[in-house]
Structures are given as C-alpha cells and as structure tokens.
Design a protein. Structure first.
Length: 109
C-alpha cells in the first residue's frame, strides 16, 4: 500500500497520491460527538461509540462484514430526532419569553 501511494520511494517528485494516505478516521463526525454538556439521550453510549469505531476501522482496512449494521442507522436517527426535539423546544421557549412584555424597565436593560 505504501508503494502504491509512493510513500516508501525516495523519488523527489511525489505523485498526486503521495499525500492522499493515510486518511483520517473522522472520529469527530456528528454521530460520534461526545461533548461534556450533551445530554445522555442525545449521544451514543461509550460502548456504542467503541462498536462504531471498531467497525469503521475494520471497514477502513478492508475487512469483510464491516458494513454499517441496522442498529447503528436506527440509533443515529433516534439521536438526531432527540437533538431536533430539544432545539425546537428551546426555540419555542425563547419565542414565548420574547412575546411576554416584562415592563418598561426590561426594555431599558
């Protein structure tokens, strides 16, 4: 593989593929995000994240049977739906607060 991408050849003229490998695994894609402030129902559990990463690596190195399983698709849709629900709820709450008149002093602040 390294020879194909011209990484082990000391040739002074690199090819277009010389810097194409290694590719990153994209561990920070949306489904794998695991930030401290995120709610538990809006992210994968540690075990689920590990399973996804193992599958991604297996697929990356070309192992057979490393296709994305159905549970991963379903869990991704579930997480996305919960994130959308929370954002919509927050926007509705913000809109309701904006509609309420708090008196003249609130406008001066």
């Amino acid at each position: 593989m390294a020879a194909y991408y011209s990484q082990n050849n000391p040739d002074p003229s690199p090819t277009s593929l010389t810097f194409a490998y290694p590719q990153t695994m994209d561990w920070n894609r949306e489904l794998l995000r695991n930030e401290p402030g995120m709610l538990a129902e809006e992210k994968l559990s540690d075990v689920e994240r590990l399973k996804v990463k193992i599958r991604m690596f297996a697929r990356f190195i070309g192992m057979k049977g490393a296709e994305t399983p159905r549970w991963e698709y379903e869990r991704g849709v579930e997480i996305l739906a919960r994130r959308i629900e929370r954002r919509v709820r927050l926007e509705e709450e913000t809109e309701m607060r904006r509609k309420v008149f708090m008196g003249p002093r609130a406008w001066q602040a």
